[in-house]
Design a protein around this ligand. Structure first.
Ligand SMILES: Nc1ncnc2c1ncn2[C@@H]1O[C@H](C[S@+](CC[C@H]([NH3+])C(=O)[O-])CC(=O)[O-])[C@@H](O)[C@H]1O
Ligand SMILES: O=C(O)C(=O)Cc1ccccc1
Length: 243
């Protein structure tokens, strides 16, 4: 699989277009997400461990907004439950074709179904684990509540939703500090000021963060028994919601 360094926003761009998960992004995605999301690799490793604990025999683990399948590969390493399969879904054809190629090469007999579809349109059934690893933030806010309700209804009793998101904060000083620290993280990962600011413009109105409180109350309203943060690094957090 081709995996190159992300330099998409390195040169000045006249009119910055809205961020899209197209071929150009898919090609550099591993590098891009690893250098942009503080704690990404730690979260991916933990998703495997959590799936190892929560995956039930004869059930389904969903990886929604799977991109190149990092969470699926991590779950595959840890799941021991018999006849447990993974359904991985993304609506970016560029991501899905690269993921299929890599899965075929690395784990050809894995019980994984990769679908190119909108995650709002698929049925969720018999699920023991659902992963939304930095995906909900790209779903229009008004669609988030019914979508989370569908996930809750598709989970088995005792099932787990892992929800990782970029957060925002009610307090303006926290918002400014955490945003600045995220940018400091990106600079330390080798991104320039220009790359940081151009990507920030491209993500405006595309990636829409919410506060932890908003996530937590909506998860409880959707019928989850509890929802708590298990990981946070600046404005990036991961939540465990238990049915
Ligand atoms: N409506 C939608 N339907 C299907 N897919 C969607 C939709 N909207 C966005 N996506 C997909 O959600 C993914 C978000 S990236 C997830 C990282 C991955 N989980 C990882 O663990 O590496 C996060 C990020 O780039 O910050 C992209 O591949 C989109 O195509
Ligand atoms: O890069 C950023 O500023 C982010 O918020 C994370 C991200 C990572 C990969 C694609 C889109 C957004």
């Amino acid at each position: 699989m081709t995996q190159s360094k992300d330099s998409i926003y390195a040169r000045p761009i006249g009119a910055i277009e809205a961020f899209k998960f197209d071929d150009k992004v898919a090609e550099v995605f591993l590098d891009m997400i690893g250098r942009s999301v503080p704690g990404y690799q730690a979260i991916i490793a933990a998703i495997g461990l959590l799936a190892g604990r929560f995956a039930r025999p004869d059930s389904v683990c969903y990886d929604l907004g799977c991109s190149l399948g990092a969470a699926t590969f991590s779950m595959l390493q840890q799941i021991e439950a018999p006849h447990c399969r993974i359904v991985a879904v993304d609506n970016s054809a560029a991501m899905v074709s690269r993921f299929r190629e890599r899965l075929q090469k690395e784990v050809p007999h894995a019980n994984v179904e990769i679908r190119c579809a909108d995650i709002r349109d698929i049925a969720i059934e018999n699920a023991s684990v659902v992963v939304l690893n930095f995906t909900l933030q790209f779903i229009p806010p008004e669609d988030r509540r019914p979508f989370l309700r569908k996930i809750q209804e598709g989970l088995l009793p005792g099932g787990l939703l892992i929800l990782s998101e970029k957060l925002c904060f009610d307090d303006p000083r926290q918002q400014e500090l955490q945003t600045e620290m995220h940018h400091a993280f990106k600079r330390a990962q080798g991104y320039s000021e220009l790359e940081i600011s151009q990507k920030r413009s491209a993500l405006e109105n595309v990636l829409i963060p919410e506060t932890f409180k908003t996530h937590q109350s909506r998860l409880l309203e959707a019928g989850f028994a509890s929802a708590e943060v298990w990981f946070q690094y600046f404005n990036f957090a991961s939540i465990l919601a238990l049915k």
